[in-house]
Design a protein around this ligand. Structure first.
Ligand code: ZN
Length: 421
């Protein structure tokens, strides 16, 4: 069987013919081996204009052939070699032709682009570049192209629930705003924006469109004021839900503050360092503790410490989420807030005050139950953090944005006759 037969099987080009193949390199002066496949247009096929996509009469042929990198075979690079024609287009004038195996001015064939982009979902971009003997830049360009295609062809119909989340990136206080679809049946990252200002979220709604925004039923977010304002303005009909994940985060921050402060005081007064290394004991959900941690926590709870009281209040709050009826959940919330306000635990009182002032949005959670995928925001938040952490090579915002869409976007790809990976 010839290579030509395989090529015609995996990637047949109706208007073009695979011709001669040759093997280059492998010698001492050029150790990189490659297979070059000459391609020519089928007799009396007309070139297609790269401006408008219409076929037209040929004008002339370019001087030197172009090399398009194809999916490697057995670790050997494969290139399609083709001399581009120019087309005399009625609309666009004289233009270089469009070829079906590559987009625009890219030197990679579309098949290779999708091949690299698919691998970039499983490995880091650096690893993909290493494994396939290519450059980081080419992997990035491939992922970018896949993301652009996916975003242009993505179906945004029927989005009823979205989650808005913010994530720190880079050192210092730089934020990204991420918007996810969190419908029970379908989820994915919809949009990424730099910063977390009013303007940032307004840009999302402009992109999403007025009609689609008007059919949103649930919007999950945290208590960040600019988000609350924009949602109230742009999707007033949707039930705005303060979600469990973001509230748990706020409580954890408060507890940690109380614990750290108290640990410092105990040390200053010369007590035993009982609060040392207890951060995760107090922050983890009790069912997630390890066998070693459990007795340590039990011991710690015997002390009358502010950190312990804060921990117990946090644990108690978990019951809130178990309610079915918004009414009884509201009663529970009020009692919890009253108790916390009497606790003299300032950071936790701050949380209680803010829960009180957003009572209605909190109770919306119980109306949304079942319609939204509750753990989705938390899951996405973890994955996004991981993507950002893995992405130490990303110096630019663009690279970061592309990586997030690629890993979390659930974006479609084009229909293909053969999947190379
Ligand atoms: Zn044209």
């Amino acid at each position: 069987m010839q290579l030509k037969t395989i090529l015609n099987r995996v990637e047949k080009q109706p208007s073009f013919v695979y011709e001669s193949m040759r093997f280059i390199g492998g010698g001492p002066d050029s150790p990189d081996m490659a297979i070059e496949v000459a391609v020519r247009p089928r007799a009396n096929s007309r070139p297609r204009c790269s401006g408008c996509g219409q076929t037209g009469p040929g004008y002339d042929t370019q001087q030197s052939p172009r090399r398009f990198e194809f999916v490697p075979l057995w670790g050997i690079a494969v290139f399609l070699v083709y001399t581009m024609r120019r087309v005399h287009c009625r609309q666009c004038g004289v233009r270089v032709e469009a070829v079906p195996w590559a987009s625009g001015k890219h030197h990679l064939t579309d098949s290779y682009t999708w091949f690299l982009a698919r691998w970039a979902r499983r490995l880091s971009w650096k690893e993909v570049a290493e494994v396939f003997h290519t450059s980081w830049r080419k992997v990035f360009r491939s992922v970018e192209q896949a993301v652009e295609w996916g975003r242009a062809h993505q179906c945004l119909d029927g989005v009823e629930a979205i989650g808005i989340d913010e994530i720190k990136w880079k050192r210092g206080y730089r934020f990204l705003t991420l918007v996810y679809q969190i419908d029970a049946g379908r989820r994915g990252l919809l949009w990424v924006g730099e910063n977390r200002r009013t303007k940032t979220l307004l840009r999302f709604f402009r992109w999403f469109g007025r009609e689609r925004s008007a059919s949103l039923k649930f919007i999950c977010s945290d208590m960040w004021r600019p988000y609350l304002n924009v949602v109230a303005k742009k999707a007033a009909q949707a039930a705005h839900v303060l979600d469990r994940f973001h509230i748990a985060e706020k409580m954890s921050t408060a507890i940690n503050e109380i614990r750290a402060q108290e640990a410092r005081e105990l040390k200053a007064e010369g007590y035993e360092p009982i609060l040392k290394n207890t951060r995760w004991l107090l922050l983890k959900r009790s069912e997630n503790l390890t066998e070693k941690q459990e007795p340590r926590l039990a011991e710690l709870l015997q002390y009358n410490l502010r950190a312990v009281r804060a921990y117990l209040l946090k644990e108690d709050f978990q019951f809130f989420w178990e309610y079915r009826s918004p009414y009884w959940a509201g009663q529970f919330l009020d009692r919890w807030c009253t108790r916390t306000m009497r606790s003299r635990l300032e950071p936790l009182k701050k949380v209680a005050r803010s829960l009180r002032s957003h009572r209605a949005l909190l109770l919306n959670w119980f109306h949304a139950k079942g319609a939204i995928s509750a753990a989705a925001v938390e899951g996405f938040n973890n994955k996004a953090k991981l993507t950002i952490r893995k992405a130490y090579g990303f110096r630019t915002y663009r690279a970061m944005e592309v990586a997030l869409y690629h890993t979390l976007g659930d974006l479609p790809g084009p229909p293909v006759t053969h999947r190379f990976c």
